[in-house]
Design a protein around this ligand. Structure first.
Ligand SMILES: Nc1ncnc2c1ncn2[C@@H]1O[C@H](COP(=O)(O)OP(=O)(O)OP(=O)(O)O)[C@@H](O)[C@H]1O
Ligand SMILES: [Mg+2]
Length: 252
C-alpha cells in the first residue's frame, strides 16, 4: 500500500518537474501528455486518452451514467497521482459519495457541492452570476494544485447566463479553463445543445441508450470529436462491471 502511494507521489513529482522545466525553458506545454478515462478499451479509441488541458463535454439523456462515469474518471486519475475537483451543482456531496460507495469507486475528498462552495466562498444570497464566482473559485483551486476538473452539470449554470451574449460567455469560460491548463470534463444533460457548445469544446463524448430487439436497452458511447487526436468515431457498448467501466464492440 505504502509502495503504491510512493509510486504515485513520485509520478506526480516527475510530472510537476517536467512542467516546471518546460515552463522555465519557455516551451509550450506537452500536447502529447494525455489524461486517461480508464474505461477499458475506450482510451485506445480516443488515441491513448485526452490531451491534457482539453475541455471535454460528456453528454447524454437522463440516467445514462454520466455522473458515475465522471466520478470514475476523477477517482482513477486521483489514484494515478492527479488532483481532481468535482463540482456538483445539482446532487449533494453526500448523494455522490453514496453513488461512489455503491459502485465501489474510491476517492479522497474531491467533491464540492453548492452548499460547500457557499460556505467556502461566503456566499449567502442566491447566485445570479455563476461564471465570475466559479472562475475565482477555480483560480484558487488551481493555485492549490488541482489539475482535473468535473462540472456536473454545465446546464445547471444556464439560468445564470447573461441573455445578451450566452455563447460569448461560454466561450470565455471554456478559454479560461484551457488557459488554466486543467483537464475539464463538463457533464451535459441531454442530446440537444443550446448554444452550439459542441463546436466550442475540444472533445465531445456521447452516451446514449439503444433499444435492441427484445426490449434490451444497453448504453452506447462514442467520441464524437477530440481535437489533436486520431480517434475512432464508432459507437462502443458501455458496461459497468465489478467496479470498472469498460467498452465492448457494439455487436456483442
Ligand atoms: N452497478 C451498476 N451497474 C450498472 N448500472 C448502474 C449501477 N448502479 C447504477 N446504475 C445505473 O446508473 C443510473 C444512474 O447513473 P448516473 O446518476 O450516473 O446517471 P446520470 O446520467 O448522471 O443521470 P442524471 O441524468 O439523472 O444526472 C441508474 O439509473 C442505474 O440505472
Ligand atoms: Mg448525473
Amino acid at each position: 500500500m505504502i509502495f503504491l502511494e510512493l509510486r504515485k507521489l513520485r509520478q506526480r513529482v516527475e510530472r510537476l518537474e517536467k512542467r516546471v522545466e518546460r515552463q522555465a525553458e519557455g516551451r509550450p506545454p506537452l500536447v502529447e501528455e494525455r489524461v486517461k478515462t480508464f474505461v477499458a478499451g475506450f482510451d485506445d479509441a480516443l488515441g491513448d486518452g485526452i490531451p491534457r488541458g482539453h475541455v471535454v463535454m460528456i453528454h447524454g439523456p437522463v440516467g445514462t451514467m454520466k455522473t458515475s462515469l465522471a466520478l470514475y474518471i476523477a477517482s482513477k486519475n486521483e489514484e494515478e497521482g492527479m488532483t481532481p475537483l468535482y463540482i456538483s451543482l445539482e446532487e449533494s456531496k453526500e448523494s455522490l459519495q453514496e453513488t461512489m460507495a455503491s459502485l465501489g469507486i474510491k476517492g479522497k475528498d474531491f467533491i464540492v457541492d453548492i452548499a460547500t462552495m457557499r460556505l467556502e466562498h461566503g456566499l449567502v444570497e442566491e447566485i445570479d452570476d455563476w461564471f465570475p464566482i466559479l472562475k475565482s473559485y477555480l483560480q484558487n483551486k488551481v493555485t492549490e494544485g488541482i489539475d482535473l476538473l468535473v462540472i456536473d452539470s454545465l446546464n445547471s449554470l444556464y439560468p445564470a447566463i447573461r441573455p445578451n451574449s450566452p455563447r460569448g460567455e461560454l466561450f470565455r469560460f471554456f478559454s479560461f479553463l484551457r488557459d488554466s491548463r486543467i483537464t475539464s470534463f463538463l457533464v451535459y444533460e441531454g442530446m440537444e445543445f443550446h448554444y452550439r457548445e459542441e463546436h466550442m469544446v475540444d472533445g465531445l463524448i456521447e452516451i446514449a441508450p439503444r433499444e435492441l430487439e427484445g426490449g434490451q436497452m444497453p448504453l452506447w458511447m462514442r467520441c464524437v470529436k477530440l481535437r489533436l487526436s486520431d480517434h475512432s468515431r464508432d459507437y462502443h457498448r458501455l458496461e459497468f462491471r465489478r467496479g470498472r467501466f469498460m467498452t465492448l464492440p457494439v455487436n456483442r
